[in-house]
Design a protein around this ligand. Structure first.
Ligand code: HMG
Ligand code: MG
Length: 312
């Protein structure tokens, strides 16, 4: 039997016992919002996400404020999160960003590269090689300081300007990010075009070139409704770190065709049903997304949030 508001648990073979959700709602979810979200609302959002059981909550980005105006309040926001007791990674593109994050005591950063030249130029104003050169001292200094470093890789499955992205091209940049010293890699389907066979194929190629699955996380946007299917394919491959955004918030300001990330509630519904542990309280998480949707003035795109908050 299932409790109200929860799926019936029926385990399936070949899946991990536990998944770590890397919650990106406050960063990837909000970075594209046109209207400025007040800093106190962002802080309460993150506090509520932590209270709902999410242990990794990406907080903000220390990027140029002109490039992502929504996150220009990083210096104001980050100190408000002290004492939450969860990991609060932040995006850092360069040494200037690292200095800003370190000043505030951040211990987990993420650099963000691209598998394609066009997106590297649009997102970082650099070629792929130039962006890797920009990350090199960032990762070296962060590691020397004992920080945890995530390496995001965007456009792993398709690019709005270049179309299909060859798997060897993705593998080459993925390995370059890990060679810089990144602890983990997050494979981004920035525009949500991946399908499950493609996901399994890329993971297999990464393994074949010496990248172990336990250093890989997956980051699916849900533009074509494939994010959950792609996640299941990754779990079947042994991946245990999955990025998701509360309420399905999101989009990328420098890739217009990208919509929100995989909704955390949709992910938790599936994992609860499969008996895969996440530590997340689905009711508390859904209440948080409904609260955030009220602040943003439009309903959450998450199917699970809509179903669980539907009133007769
Ligand atoms: P640039 O214009 O080439 O910067 O931008 P620059 O290095 O030439 O420096 C120009 C000025 O900016 C200098 O100031 C710097 O100090 C300042 P000036 O000397 O002229 O007074 N500056 C900074 N100020 C504050 N913080 C900084 C910083 N850096 C330089 N960190 C830059 C290059 C990388 C800065 C810019 O392109 C940028 O900020 N890009 C960020 C784009 C972004 O955040 N995109 C969204 C995140 S990625 C994503 O969403 C994908 C992901 O979700 C995965 C997926 O879905 O695929 C992760
Ligand atoms: Mg993203």
């Amino acid at each position: 039997m299932s409790a109200p508001g929860l799926p019936m648990t029926v385990p399936a073979a070949g899946l991990p016992a536990r998944v770590r959700i890397h919650e990106v709602g406050a960063r990837d979810g909000l970075q594209n919002e046109k209207a400025t979200v007040p800093t106190e609302v962002k802080a309460e959002f993150i506090q509520r996400l932590a209270a709902a059981g999410l242990t990794t909550v990406e907080a903000t980005s220390f990027v140029h404020p002109k490039w992502v105006p929504q996150l220009a309040d990083a210096e104001d926001l980050y100190p408000r999160l002290a004492g939450l007791g969860v990991d609060l990674p932040v995006l850092v593109p360069n040494e200037r960003g690292l200095d800003r994050a370190r000043e505030l005591g951040a211990t987990r950063i993420a650099v963000f590269g691209s598998a394609t030249e066009t997106f590297a130029q649009r997102n970082l104003n650099r070629s792929v090689a130039e962006s890797l050169a920009m990350f090199e001292p960032v990762v070296a200094r962060a590691k020397a300081d004992g920080m945890h470093v995530r390496g995001y890789l965007s456009m792993c499955f398709g690019d709005p300007w270049e179309g299909a992205v060859p798997v060897p091209q993705v593998v080459r940049v993925a390995k370059a990010l890990l060679d810089l010293g990144c602890d983990e890699l997050s494979l981004g389907d920035t525009i949500g075009v991946a399908t499950p066979g493609h996901v399994a194929g890329l993971l297999g190629e990464l393994n074949a070139t010496g990248v172990p699955t336990d250093r890989i996380g997956v980051h699916f946007h849900d533009t074509y409704g494939q994010a959950l299917a792609n996640t299941l394919a990754a779990l079947q491959h042994g991946v245990t770190t999955v990025d998701a955004s509360a309420g399905g918030l999101g989009g990328c300001p420098y890739a217009k065709s990208a919509t929100g990330n995989l909704a955390t509630e949709d992910l938790v519904w599936m994992l609860d049903g499969l008996g895969v542990e996440t530590g997340v309280d689905l009711a508390a998480l859904t209440a948080t997304s409904v609260w955030m949707a009220d602040r943003l003035g439009r309903p959450s795109p998450s199917r699970t949030v809509r179903a669980l908050s539907h009133k007769e």
